[in-house]
Design a binder for this molecule. Structure first.
Ligand code: TRP
Ligand code: ZN
Length: 493
């Protein structure tokens, strides 16, 4: 679902202001006394929409987070152990961290100098790092984690809820709860341990490895994510939850799933956490999880992760859904379309992750298109009919008034990366491809794309090149020029 359609109009004006002021603190942090011949890693990766997100000079392979949270007083204390490899000689490097107090930083076990500058935590190890060297940086920190307001006015970062907290990270919120290389291009595996007061549950990504009483009236939940994860889809949800643990056995195969040959899979662990107030409302849609998973595998190919599930909080606690890896977050019981949308993101966004925030349409177009396909397969409007409806009437309907405001691959600014031009017009690009190649080749392209970049990163140019290579007899240049990159409403195809 488009996040923007859920926002109240008053947010729009504030949004513009924020987008403008966001540039104010863009200065390069000073790193005094850099050693001759050794560089400081860049404070940002130069993302076209979020230039300070992420950092240059290294690649993270693993995050080990040990956190403790007390809802009363909103107090988080933690240790982050970040394992990374230097990609240049480094006398200093940055981590992204917003708010919180850093108590100690070590690199390779030795105390390191550090200072803060806006969202940058600048670390100077006692010995410079050599290009190619693997290193471990440990950051001890604590404080009241902050909620971040995005350029489009929505809230992310650390959200306090009625009975705990919820961490949401798209596009930049994860720096509110752990230091890291917070850009989608640097994916890593994770181990996240969270200690909370007894009676509360701490849910995160991946699989629950253990749940242990600490002896002092608290419980530690330990979660493991082996498959690469972008930090914007990392999450922690703390509160009273009704937890259901099951497995789904996918029987996807040529008979149930025409056109694919995905084999029957062993049981996939499913962990679903629902706020008690949402259990009754959520029962029906959650009962369809196995069906949605199987349908998604038929259409997109094998599920990319080793567990699945959902987190359903109260609508008062969170204003939009997010495709947090393994188990998407929902603001109250989702409708089936939103449930399908977030499920599709596991392939498109979480497994195949954008190279930068300009590629956002690759996530949202596929997730929106999944809703269209679901409707088609359920016997409702075909995707082509949805396309035509949008083409003819899309701009008349309030929520889609900006449908032609900008092309999917060129959002006007960071405030617009969740607009209808990304979601619905992006999905129209996917339908244009299907119109051009026909159903058989179309499903091959969708599954082939998900397979080619499974657990990796890919950008818009990779996508257009892939489509062209899969259908060498077709000419896509008009689709790219008019639908993907072109201003205004394209001509009727
Ligand atoms: N990706 C979410 C969804 O469609 C919506 C969303 C949350 C979003 N935060 C965002 C989109 C930031 C763009 C930018 O399910
Ligand atoms: Zn989405």
């Amino acid at each position: 679902m488009s996040r923007s359609v859920r926002l109240v109009p008053a947010v729009a004006a504030a949004t513009l202001l924020l987008a403008l002021t966001a540039c104010d603190d863009e200065g390069t942090p000073d790193t005094p006394g850099a050693q001759a011949g050794k560089a400081s890693g860049a404070p940002g990766l130069g993302d076209p929409y979020f230039p300070k997100a992420g950092n240059g000079g290294y690649d993270v392979s693993h995050y080990g987070l040990t956190l403790a949270y007390t809802p009363v007083g909103n107090w988080l204390s933690g240790t982050a152990v970040v394992t990374a490899r230097a990609t240049e000689d480094l006398s200093a490097f940055d981590l992204d961290l917003a708010g919180l107090k850093v108590e100690e930083v070590t690199v390779g076990g030795d105390a390191a100098e550090f200072h803060r500058d806006g969202q940058e935590l600048i670390v100077r190890p006692p010995d410079a790092l050599a290009d190619g060297e693997t290193f471990e940086v440990r950051v001890r920190y604590s404080g009241s984690p902050r909620t971040i307001t995005d350029p489009d006015g929505s809230k992310e970062g650390w959200l306090r809820t009625a009975d705990g907290a919820l961490a949401l990270g798209e596009p930049t919120g994860s720096m509110a709860w752990f230091p890291g290389n917070h850009h989608p291009s640097d994916k890593a595996s994770y181990d996240i341990a969270v200690t909370v007061p007894k009676g509360l549950t701490a849910v995160s990504n991946g699989e629950l490895r253990s749940e242990k009483a600490t002896g002092d009236g608290r419980t530690t939940f330990t979660w493991h994510t082996a498959e690469p994860m972008a930090s914007y889809v990392a999450t922690v949800a703390i509160g009273r939850y009704t937890v259901t643990r099951t497995t789904v056995t996918r029987t996807a195969g040529p008979e149930t799933c025409p056109g694919t040959d995905s084999p029957a899979e062993a049981g996939l662990p499913v962990y679903v956490a629902v706020d008690p107030s949402q259990v009754a409302a959520g029962r029906k849609v959650l009962a369809r999880l196995p069906e949605v998973m199987e349908w998604a595998e038929c259409n997109f190919g094998p599920y990319p992760f080793s567990s699945a599930g959902a987190i359903i909080d109260r609508p008062e606690d969170v204003e939009y859904a997010l495709e947090t890896q393994n188990r998407p977050v929902h603001p109250g019981a989702p409708d089936i379309a939103t449930f399908v949308h977030e499920t599709a993101h596991q392939w498109f966004g979480d497994s195949v992750t954008p190279e930068n925030w300009q590629d956002m349409w690759l996530n949202e177009s596929f997730a929106t298109y999944a809703e269209w396909l679901w409707t088609e397969d359920e016997g409702g409007l075909t995707a082509q009919e949805t396309f035509t409806e949008l083409y003819d009437h899309g701009e008349d309907e309030d929520e889609y008034e900006n449908l032609w405001a900008f092309p999917p691959a060129k959002p006007t600014s960071a405030a617009h990366v969740s607009d209808p031009s990304i979601y619905q017009r992006g999905a129209m690009v996917i339908q244009r491809i299907r119109q051009t190649v026909g159903d058989d080749a179309f499903y091959d392209i969708v599954q082939g794309w998900a397979a080619a970049h499974r657990h990796g990163n890919a950008g818009t140019a990779d996508f257009t090149a892939y489509v062209e290579q899969q259908a060498p007899d077709e000419d896509f240049s008009g689709i790219w020029a008019d639908w993907l990159y072109g201003e205004g409403k394209p001509e009727r195809p």
